[in-house]
Design a protein around this ligand. Structure first.
Ligand code: BES
Ligand code: MN
Ligand code: MN
Length: 472
């Protein structure tokens, strides 16, 4: 059935207005399920969220809906096939969420969603764990498909792959996509799991950083020792670990692991200055996270440092005594979790290896070092001269009233480069979250305006994509 974009836009706006309350209610219901993939105590709830999505896919008119068990949490699949000739869009998202800790810092319970207004969300935002990452953003795709379906407007074949292990490294998804290559064939993969600078200045994400997540243990004496009897005579594993970690950066905050930068694709001054035109204001950035000064690799802007440069950070460190009061002790062991964010063309397995070699090499005599790799993923960049990008650009422009800029994000979605490797398909990242939405932090939220505009943008994307695809 033919329908012009103006008409589609009008229909969408009207539908969204009519359906607004229901769309919000549905997201709230979904957010009540504590699908925390990292915590085995929540396995049943993770399953419940998978069931919820399965029913959601059936309701919007999908066929072949199925929950695929994996060795970890299940993957949910469903598809809307309109015609063999129509282009196919594969939507990926995740229904699992991060643990809500520290729970005492939440102003309302993380799994009892509430709507509150904020400075950046004057029309209200839904507060709950997973509101933005990724339940709210993922649900927009189901709802956009439903609206398109209902109004019989031109659309693509849409396949949905919604997983439950993204927040713990997508360990079993590679096998799933390898086992279902045919089923997952598509012309473009579409994901909403990234962010925009603001509702006035939206962006399409063209890059993600990779990740290499390590854990290290330093072992000294065979037991915790009295620090008076032994202090000053043995290598204290915590002292040593701190020295070792401190030595991983030089005075310019460059990572000192030999070979770390070898594969890094340097970006031309021209391109960097273009990217930096759309960066957030440095003072706003500092104020938004309550710091007086930024810090990072010399010679780069804050925007560069959080998008196109690789990093190394300690995520947690422990050992010895940290209970109430004081205990005089030299610990037998010290531990740390360390993550590295990677950029094209670093390879996460190679970097993990370089880290391990280096960390072992710098250890003094008198301690034993253990290094383990948790998980990782490669960085990703996607072109801006594709049909998919052009279709997205038009859709954002229609809904937000401005042409979106391209931006590289600092976060990681390891399955994205994996999709390209296994399926040979490129990904388009259409995110709608704000940095201030506090993903992974207490009081995570997602703007209602972002949610509704997201649905509209996605629906328009499908129309533009179909048209541009047939014109090519
Ligand atoms: N959605 C995020 C990644 C993200 C957020 C990318 C904002 C770009 C902008 C995703 O759920 C996430 O948290 N990924 C993890 C990696 C994973 C292996 C745990 C990350 O980036 O730490
Ligand atoms: Mn996510
Ligand atoms: Mn996340």
């Amino acid at each position: 059935m033919f329908c012009t974009f103006m008409m589609l836009e009008k229909i969408m706006k009207k539908e969204l207005q009519n359906q607004k309350e229901i769309l919000i209610e549905e997201l709230i219901e979904f957010l009540k399920i504590p699908s925390i993939s990292a915590d085995p105590n929540y396995k049943k709830d993770v399953k419940k969220a998978a069931e919820w999505i399965k029913n959601g896919l059936i309701e919007i008119g999908c066929s072949s809906v199925q929950i695929y068990e994996t060795e970890g949490h299940p993957v949910v699949y469903g598809e809307i096939i309109v015609s063999e000739k129509a282009p196919t869009v594969l939507v990926y998202g995740h229904y699992d969420v991060q643990p809500p800790d520290p729970i005492e810092l939440w102003e309302s319970p993380p799994f009892q969603p509430v709507i509150k207004k904020t400075d950046l969300h004057p029309k209200g935002a839904i507060f709950a764990r997973g509101a933005c990452d990724d339940k709210g953003q993922m649900l927009m795709h189901l709802k956009a498909a439903e609206l398109l379906n209902k109004n019989n407007t031109p659309k693509n074949n849409i396949k949905f792959v919604i997983e439950g292990e993204e927040e713990v490294g997508s360990d079993h998804l590679e096998k799933f996509i390898t086992d279902h290559k045919r089923m997952l064939q598509s012309d473009i993969i579409l994901i909403s799991d990234t962010g925009i600078n603001s509702i006035e200045n939206p962006a399409i994400t063209t890059g993600l950083r990779g990740l290499s997540y390590m854990e290290v243990s330093v072992t000294g004496p065979n037991r915790d020792l009295h620090s008076g009897l032994y202090g000053g005579t043995v290598a204290n594993p915590i002292n040593i670990l701190c020295d070792m970690i401190a030595s991983l950066h030089d005075e310019n905050k460059r990572v000192k692991i030999p070979g770390f930068y070898d594969q890094v694709l340097e970006i031309s001054e021209l391109e960097r200055s273009k990217m930096n035109k759309n960066g957030t204001d440095e003072n706003d950035f500092k104020a938004s996270i309550g710091i007086q000064a930024v810090m990072g690799e010399k010679g780069f802007t804050t925007l560069d440092r959080r998008s196109i440069r690789p990093t190394l950070d300690v995520n947690g460190i422990w050992g010895g005594y940290s209970g109430e009061g004081a205990k005089t002790v030299i610990p037998s062991q010290a531990h740390a979790k360390i993550s590295m964010r990677l950029v094209p063309n670093q390879d996460w397995q190679n970097i993990s290896q370089l880290f391990e070699q280096h960390f072992k090499a710098i250890a003094p005599k008198g301690v034993k070092i253990e290094v383990t790799t948790h998980h990782g993923g490669n960085p990703y960049v996607t072109p801006t001269n594709s049909i998919a990008y052009n279709a997205a650009e038009k859709a954002y422009r229609d809904v937000f009233g401005v042409v979106p800029h391209a931006k590289r994000d600092g976060g990681s979605i390891p399955i994205v480069p994996m999709f390209e490797k296994v399926l040979g398909t490129k990904t388009l990242l259409m995110g709608f979250g704000l940095d201030s939405d506090a993903i992974h932090s207490p009081n995570e939220h997602y703007g209602i305006d972002n949610y509704l505009k997201g649905i509209e943008t996605i629906a328009l994307f499908h129309s533009y994509f179909k048209d541009l695809f047939h014109d090519q």
